[in-house]
Design a protein around this ligand. Sequence first.
Ligand SMILES: Cc1ncc(C[n+]2csc(CCOP(=O)(O)OP(=O)(O)O)c2C)c(N)n1
Length: 644
Amino acid sequence: MLITPGKLLAKIDTPDDLRNLSQTDLPQVCAELRQFIVDNVSVYGGHFGASLGVVELTVALHYVFNTPDDQLVWDVGHQAYGHKILTGRRDIFHTNRFYKGLSGFPKRKESPYDSFGVGHSSTSISAALGMAVASQLQNNPKRHHIAVIGDGAMTAGLAFEGMNHAGSTEADLLIILNDNCMSIDPNVGALREYLTDITTSPTYNKMKDEVWNLLGKMSNFGKSAQDIVSKIETGLKASLMHQSNLFESLHLRYFGPIDGHDIDHLVSVMNDLKDIPGPKLLHCLTVKGKGYGPAEKDQTKWHAPGLFDKVTGEIKKKVYDKPQPPKYQDVFGHTLVELAEVNEKIVGVTPAMPSGSSMNIMMKAIPDRAFDVGIAEQHAVTFSAGMATQGQVVFCNIYSTFMQRAYDQVIHDVCIQELPVIFCLDRAGFAGADGPTHHGAYDLAFMRCVPNMIVASPMNEKELRNLMFTAQSDTIQKGTQAFTIRYPRGEGVMPNWRTPLEQVEIGKGRKIRDGKDVAILTIGPIGNYAVKACELLETENIQPAHYDMRFVKPLDEAMLHEIFQRYDNVVTVEDGCLMGGFGSAVIEFMTDHGYVARVKRLGIPDAVIEHGEQIDLHRECGFDPQGIADSVRELIYTKRIVTA
Ligand SMILES: Cc1ncc(C[n+]2csc(CCOP(=O)(O)OP(=O)(O)O)c2C)c(N)n1
């Protein structure tokens, strides 16, 4: 179903077309853009509320600035649908997030208007500052550089690192703080309180009006922008602002807060700011989900709602005639509460993903022992380490991809200090439609090489529960090792998943089936594909054995001895990078113990794998059930190369 754009939007093929319109047309453009996003996302899915909230900002930015020469960097990028639609991708927008279609995030390869690839938060200030400094070095003083960052993304250390540096430069950098008081869940922490204070403080608002009056006079009297700015600084902002405005203290000129939905005002303010040199911040107040009632009301649910009926606002849910397996994240959330009710030392930590990780279940059930620390993965890990030093049993849940940010903390603050923090890595393996910025491809490789770290992945819900149960037990908590449990996005395989909790022996795998022609070794839920592959192969009279190794570290050495003594053909399967991952660990074992076998490793190759349904990506990489079966056949039927 093709979505028809409104009259004005239909004529905007590039921002030049937008810039050729009269300013009085812009409210209409905004209305049509908003409608186009609603029409598309309701039918094809994707992120929703964030893009609706920045419609006016998007139109104003492309109207005022000379994109793509001026560099516009979106933080996270989940709010950039309007930007994509205005920058030549309107007619293929229905492919957004589909396999081989448009990326759900700005991506440098996709368009010259996507000045920086994003997906992880809080990169925009550093990236735009880098661009601004490069423009200075290249003697290009006319180019503008704009970072659009949400109040959620602003909570990360990286954003502050960028501002700290920016404030010491004369770079032409405009930071637009898109303040909607929301992360995916309600934003948390002292910064949020601070932003609310500025927004509601009569002193600030009076000052803001005076600042804008002066800026208004700038054009009337034709004074140079620099003069005006220094007047503002000395006259109005000097004492109070410098002392108490966070951004001013970092030497960023602070403007706002202004209504981020008033397109006329946005255009005139941005035009004024173009003439003000140096690093500056414009604080815009917006509403996530703006213009679509249900999304304004329940902003977390409408962050990425799935398909919905745009007229009734009803989110479409698949209907099944029998009970379905739960999502792994929900098994985590419920099991955590079950464990925490018995073990009072248990605490939960999430960096800004209460609903995404289902930590919200514990936040609701036992609020004083579950912490959302904001988008701050590094802090989440070190904070967990700190609690572990005091004997708390910490479940720190971080998406595999976001854990990449906290690697030093894992090594330095947890493992070197022998602290038994439990890391639950959600969205491990291919993340699906979110694409390469979100794939949890590297965790097995980067976790297994760290000393004092156990690395496991459950093949199903029961295994996840048992691993969690084991990790919080005294066996682990009185020891010196951290414990990583990684599991994927989406549903498991067991509708009846509330199984009794049982201790798992560390480093012990499970033989799923015996065989004679080949041994298939798997780690995690991808093992369920191997089960299907074995069924396929059996019909062809091939007898595969299947081992769910359960632990990548420590490996089940007894099991591996058995495997290499009995099988000449071995296939390893992992939903993770081949380099340094599970298959590599198996080969290391093989050579270390002098075994010789033909080993085929299946997993994610040394390439950026784009977005798509998980199964499409598994197929692309050759480890869907068919791909596993193909590899087994190839291994068995290809003649062994014997060197003399
Ligand atoms: C490093 C990192 N951690 C977590 C996320 C997951 N995430 C995506 S959007 C988002 C909320 C961002 O909030 P904000 O910046 O205020 O933007 P809004 O959605 O409110 O427009 C989060 C936590 C991420 N993209 N990157």
